[in-house]
Design a protein around this ligand. Structure first.
Ligand code: NOJ
Length: 511
């Protein structure tokens, strides 16, 4: 079976994983130095957030050069060395591809701005005349995902589209040069040995050429999200990937209205996998979690794609905090990971969740970098709170993140108790729970079969010899008979005596 059908993929947010040179920002050498940790954790692959040269207006999702490494993160040879070392340890590398937009500092966009309206080099982006007698009103009502309008006016009066920040102009994917360029970028990194690509905003590349206003009418087609034309791009890319040896993979970041729409991206000649955001956004409720699992399996089964599972990433509040924060949040998060890792399909872990890190909610305004914070005037705190550099050890003032005194976002003092070093020696730590679960997961196979359980409890078998029970509620419940007669393999919180499972606890049984 292809590795990506059941792999566990660890997301490395390069800014915040490990800093080798002490400048307070993570880098590729830092990632390399921690590969043994990831190997010991028991993951199969790493997804690296963008490390390309970039003005970092959106922490690297504004790419100025798709074929190099930002000096903050190292040099191109560091990427090669990282791929090499990871492979030597049996870890695969997935990199982040950002095709919806470039940086405004990309040579293409600079050339577009320098050229007059109507020039061919503007055709790689979406420049339009404004509305109104003087063209001083934006071409339509589209808004930026980061707040405010999606159009910025160039000095000569035309407007350009940016579904994200103004420093991230959208490319025009009907342009042949744009298509050719990205084919070449794919080959460039495939030739360097990467095992796959995570595709940023994969549902956004195609836009309605008429550029109509977004309508509030229920049921009306959206003019720029999830248009059918986008599928041509992925069919084209799939042919390129399939021309390479070694079972390489695409994973799409795709936000759509339904798992049925998601499944269209995962037809056999398109992308291999996509993040399952229904699972990530499900509240801590048994029915919602079960529905997310069932919806995904039902919709993806017919196209032959594996489900994927994810609880956190660099864009969302960490799940310890989403699930209530404090001890309750951590307890639920520990149960949730046993649920997630017992499911068939592949799983994504976000750096630091294996340490049980919560969202950092009290970052001072002056250290926040996320354009979401800036563009909403602080009404939305943005995503910096899940991007705080990892606490590794007591080795330095930045908790082992790097040799320097600081990290680019300050770590809460309480994280001194959560370092990987501290957790390594504690058998009850979240780190050791993840390690144990990942080791046991390797032997899991077989179909998922739900057991009928009382409300608030979920239980399912995998194949014939494995059972996972999750008590989503707060008080202890009597275990199903199958669990009572089975052998306990792992539990997310201390066991209570007898045949009961405590609240917010999951347990795995051999039975
Ligand atoms: C999704 C990425 O995950 C996010 O971090 C980024 O801001 C947007 N796409 C825009 O590229």
């Amino acid at each position: 079976m292809s590795w990506w059908r059941h792999a566990v993929i660890y997301q490395v947010y390069v800014w915040s994983f490990a800093d080798s040179d002490g400048d307070g920002i993570g880098d590729l050498r830092g990632v390399r130095s921690r590969l043994p940790y990831l190997r010991e954790l028991g993951v199969d692959a790493i997804w690296l957030n963008p490390f390309y040269p970039s003005p970092q207006a959106d922490n690297g999702y504004d790419v100025a050069d798709y074929r190099d490494v930002d000096p903050r993160f190292g040099v191109l040879a560091d990427a090669d060395d990282l791929i090499h070392d990871a492979h030597a340890l049996g870890l695969r590398i997935i990199i982040d591809l950002v095709p919806n937009h470039t940086s405004s500092e990309h040579p293409w966009f600079r050339a577009a701005l320098a050229a007059p309206p109507g020039a061919a080099v503007r055709g790689r982006y979406l420049f339009r005349d404004g509305r109104g007698r003087y063209g001083d009103r934006p071409p339509n009502n589209w808004t930026s995902r980061f707040g405010g309008r999606a159009w910025t006016r160039a000095p000569d009066g035309q407007w350009y589209l940016h579904l994200f920040a103004p420093q991230q102009p959208d490319l025009d994917w009907t342009d042949d040069e744009v298509r050719a360029e990205f084919r070449d970028i794919l080959r460039y990194w495939l030739d360097r040995g990467v095992d796959g690509f995570r595709i940023d905003v994969a549902h956004g590349l195609a836009k309605d050429p008429q550029m109509p206003d977004v309508s509030a009418e229920p049921g009306s087609a959206h003019p720029h999200w999830d248009l059918d034309e986008v599928h041509d791009v992925y069919r084209d890319w799939r042919r390129i990937l399939d021309g390479y040896p070694g079972d390489r993979v695409f994973v799409g970041e795709i936000w759509v209205q339904s798992t049925e729409r998601l499944a269209l991206y995962l037809r056999p000649d398109e992308l291999h996998t996509a993040f399952n955001f229904e699972f990530l956004t499900a509240p801590w409720e048994a029915a919602a979690l079960r529905k997310a699992v069932d919806d995904s399996r039902r919709a993806l089964g017919p196209v032959g794609a594996p489900a994927t599972w994810v609880l956190s990433n660099h864009d969302v509040v960490r799940h310890v905090t989403r699930y209530g924060g404090g001890e309750t949040g951590l307890r639920r998060a520990r149960a949730a990971i046993l649920l997630m890792l017992a499911l068939p399909g592949s799983a994504y872990l976000y750096q630091g969740e294996e340490l049980g890190l919560p969202e950092v909610e009290d970052l001072p305004d002056e250290v926040r970098r996320d354009p979401v914070f800036q563009r909403t005037g602080g009404a939305d705190p943005g995503r910096d709170g899940c991007r705080v550099p990892l606490p590794w050890s007591a080795a330095s003032a930045s908790l082992g993140f790097g040799p320097g005194p600081e990290s680019w976002l300050p770590q809460p003092p309480a994280w001194a108790a959560l370092t990987a070093e501290r957790q390594n020696g504690d058998p009850t730590s979240t780190l050791n729970l993840y390690r144990a679960a990942l080791a046991l997961r390797r032997d899991l196979n077989g179909e998922l079969t739900w057991l009928s359980t009382p409300g608030g409890v979920l239980a399912f078998r995998r194949g014939s010899g494995f059972l996972c029970v999750i008590n989503v509620g707060d008080s202890a419940v009597r275990l199903p008979a199958e669990a009572r007669s089975g052998a306990l393999l792992l539990t997310s919180s201390a066991r209570v005596p007898g045949d009961f499972l405590p609240g917010a606890t999951a347990a795995w049984y051999r039975c």
